[in-house]
Design a protein around this ligand. Structure first.
Ligand SMILES: *Cc1c(COP(=O)(O)O)cnc(C)c1O
Length: 477
């Protein structure tokens, strides 16, 4: 499979190249040059496969530069019941007889759905870097879930180090403990005296120094990484097989959304032939996506306009993977997509009202919804009372929008994107009790913390990275 850019370049290489690439050289995102499809018979043929073999069947057409036995071994190591604490990896649970279902994506090491793709990234990075004789130093900024998922995926991996910036004192106690309790020679937690935006700006500033970036092989694991999107498409197939629907009968999904990575994976699965009817894009108070799907206007927000909410992993002002969706809506037209993004970059909104592209959006099955803090609490409370099921604030945003779009006779699968234990305070506010914690996280707030406190200063950050890598390079010639 060859990969192309959403902004028109056609020479991005194969899977291993785009795996290690951030943005494409023209500023776009990597996409496969075509989307392979499954016929109804081929979908039937997936029945009975366990998660790792299903992942192989779904991902193989996009990854043809890794030998079959190696890719199977990587997927088997990634999707292991011991890592995801479930034989099914992503179990599907009905919510009473409501026609609603929860697809559980949060039983992995960091208790959020990002583990599903990030664990694969850890294994495949190690493999590809080994083959190429290269190293990668991941520099990232996190306000919570991404950082812990990345650290739990990369810990102990050869040829990879992680430098993760977080805003000092601003994550939840649990999120801090999850990251800072890790004591790994290749994981460096950096608490920055500043807010999340400062951390992101520092990462950008270091990346803008081309010489430093090349010398220390700085890379990223952000949500635009194609391998993350691809790995996420698998659980939509898994849900379809678990529902055991008669051939051709559709199912709907509702997806708590921020950077549009998760729901785009669902759209990819639909393009591959999975009988998905609606894909409901659930937002919180930061409703740039809801606005687009209800009006046809995509108007990004500046970071100062992004509200801090009780579903913080969805607090975004622009959805980085959305470009991939519009690229497909344009019929894989890189010239059109580049024109649209020039508008967004120049901070004019993309306005599809009254165009054939808007008709294509309406026909694509994607619909939008949003919820507020009060609605989130009410949904958590209601799911607890009606279904005996405690859910986290992000999952609640998805469930609420899922209920709104549910159709008689069509299963509505709501994606559970984090466990309630990760967001204790909001869940406590909703139901008046603390959610249960998996045994392995009991008491982690009391463990020793491993982090370095730095000023909001790119020079200090570079000196820290260079110092650490100097030591590592000496230790491993
Ligand atoms: C990252 C995250 C989301 C948003 O997912 P996107 O792929 O960015 O749309 C939703 N919920 C939780 C808990 C997350 O960590």
């Amino acid at each position: 499979m060859k990969y192309v850019s959403t902004r028109g370049r056609r020479d991005l290489g194969g899977f291993s190249e785009v795996l290690l690439m951030g943005l494409a050289p023209d500023g776009g995102l990597a996409m496969p040059e075509r989307i392979p499809t499954f016929s109804a018979d081929e979908l039937e043929g997936l029945r009975g496969l366990d998660y790792a073999d299903l992942a192989y069947a779904v991902m193989r057409p996009y990854i043809d530069d890794i030998p079959e036995s190696d890719l199977r071994a990587l997927l088997r190591a990634t999707y292991h019941p011991d890592v995801f604490h479930s034989a099914d990896i992503t179990p599907l649970t009905p919510l009473g007889d409501s026609g609603l279902f929860l697809l559980e994506l949060s039983n992995g090491p960091s208790l959020a759905f990002k583990d599903i793709a990030m664990q694969f990234l850890g294994h495949v990075f190690e493999y590809v870097l080994e083959r190429r004789g290269e190293r990668l130093n991941i520099l990232g900024a996190t306000s919570g879930d991404t950082g812990s998922a990345a650290e739990y995926a990369m810990r102990g991996k050869a040829r990879v180090n992680v430098f993760m910036l977080s805003p000092h004192g601003r994550m939840s106690a649990f999120q801090q403990a999850q990251m800072f309790s890790l004591d790994e020679p290749n994981v460096f937690n950096i608490a920055v005296r500043g807010v999340f935006d400062d951390c992101q700006d520092l990462v950008k500033e270091v990346n803008a120094d081309a010489e430093f970036k090349a010398r220390y092989t700085i890379g990223a694991v952000n949500s635009i990484n194609w391998a993350r999107v691809l790995a996420q498409a698998v659980y939509y197939f898994k849900a379809y097989l678990a529902l055991n629907l008669p051939a051709g009968q559709p199912m709907d999904f509702s997806v708590p959304s921020g950077n549009f990575g998760n729901v785009f994976a669902g759209y990819l699965a639909k393009q591959m032939g999975l009988p998905i009817g609606q894909l409901a894009v659930a937002s919180n108070e930061n409703d740039v996506l809801h606005e687009f799907f209800s009006t046809g206007v995509y108007r990004v927000r500046r970071s100062a306009q992004v509200a801090q909410t009780s579903s913080p992993s969805m607090d975004i002002g622009k959805a980085s993977n959305f470009e991939r969706y519009l690229y497909l809506i344009a019929g894989a037209d890189g010239v059109q997509t580049r024109a649209w993004w020039a508008e967004v970059g120049g901070s004019r909104p993309v306005d599809l009202r009254g165009t054939a592209h808007w008709e294509a959006v309406r026909a694509s099955g994607l619909v939008g919804g949003r919820s507020s803090h009060a609605e989130r609490l009410e949904t958590i409370r209601r799911a607890d009372e009606r279904f005996g099921r405690l859910i986290d604030p992000h999952t609640a945003d998805g469930l609420r929008v899922g209920e709104q779009y549910a159709r008689a006779g069509v299963p509505m699968v709501c994606l559970e994107t984090a466990l309630p234990a990760k967001f204790e305070a909001t869940v406590q506010e909703a139901v008046g009790r603390t959610p249960p914690r998996p045994q392995r996280f009991k008491g982690i707030e009391a463990l020793p913390r491993h982090f370095t406190l730095l000023d909001n200063d790119a020079a200090a950050l570079k000196a820290f990275v260079a110092g650490k890598l100097g030591q590592t390079l000496q230790a491993t010639p």
